[in-house]
Design a binder for this molecule. Structure first.
Ligand code: 6PG
Length: 262
């Protein structure tokens, strides 16, 4: 539904507690129900907040059964894994320093392939989890996109770039019109690096839960434009989950220019 819920925190600790509670509940329920928890996580500041709120917080980290957790990347920069810009590299670093690297199964994007092959091979990685209970759903009557089989991620964690991008979906780009592929690629991203691989709207919008993390004064202007300027097609607005609502974990700084939040 196009329904958004905003959880506005006053500071970083409050945000970590609010997001932490939400995350642990989704993970626990998924594991209780189907024996696994499948997450897709964005890079950049989203990954940092995730690490702070969950991985680095003793007392919360232990509430997640990491051995039953599977992590995909929402998007990846087309760079080698050991490049500081690699989202996979960053995630591994956080998992390692939290001591849970050996427990979690992480699915990296194979950036040693061509850009196009890297995207299609990531799509295969997703689809190959069809034996995982309830993960791949075959759609006899697709609701919104021309996809026959879609993954049901338990949670997809998104961000909002200062230029209005979400995942590696940028305003006014062709990729926003993708209706068939689960994973796409961008050759000419407005934000470096130019080449990126990303989950598409058909994938994101079939998730069971979708949450955004948007924090800090630097995000105030784009947050305002997203909420008030309807002349631009912001990807975050095209995130309209079919089975759930959008949850926004934000702070007062990020909301400081949104009229409705005052
Ligand atoms: C990336 C990220 C991207 C991120 C947004 C917001 O690789 O660029 O995955 O999708 O979520 O850019 O992050 P920032 O707050 O760091 O801009």
């Amino acid at each position: 539904s196009d329904f958004s819920v905003f959880r506005i925190s006053q500071n970083a600790e409050e945000l970590a507690a609010s997001f932490g509670g939400y995350f642990v509940e989704i993970a626990s329920k998924a594991i209780e129900k189907q024996g696994s928890f499948t997450l897709a996580i964005s890079g950049g500041s989203v990954l940092q907040y995730f690490s702070k709120a969950i991985l680095e917080t003793a007392g919360r980290r232990e509430l997640v059964d990491w051995e039953k957790t599977f992590i995909f990347l929402v998007d990846e920069r087309y760079v080698p894994w050991d490049d500081p810009q690699s989202n996979y590299g960053q995630l591994r670093k956080f998992l390692r320093s939290s001591g849970i690297e050996h427990k979690v199964k992480v699915f990296p994007v194979n950036t040693s392939l061509s850009l196009e092959e890297a995207a299609s091979s990531y799509e295969q990685d997703i689809l190959s989890r069809q034996n995982e209970q309830d993960f791949i759903k075959v759609l006899h009557q697709p609701v919104k996109y021309q996809v026959e089989a879609v993954p049901a991620f338990d949670l997809i964690l998104l961000g909002l770039g200062e230029d209005g991008h979400t995942a590696s979906l940028f305003p006014n780009k062709e990729l926003l019109g993708e209706t068939k592929k689960l994973v796409g690629y961008e050759r000419n991203s407005p934000k470096p690096p130019l080449e990126r691989i990303t989950l598409t709207l058909p994938t994101i919008n079939h998730a069971k839960n979708v949450a955004f993390i948007v924090v800090g004064k630097g995000k105030a202007e784009i947050m305002q434009r997203l909420c008030e300027d309807h002349s631009v097609q912001y990807p975050a607005r095209l995130v309209v989950p079919i089975f759930t609502r959008k949850e926004w974990f934000v702070d007062e700084d990020a909301m400081s220019q949104v009229a409705a939040a005052q």
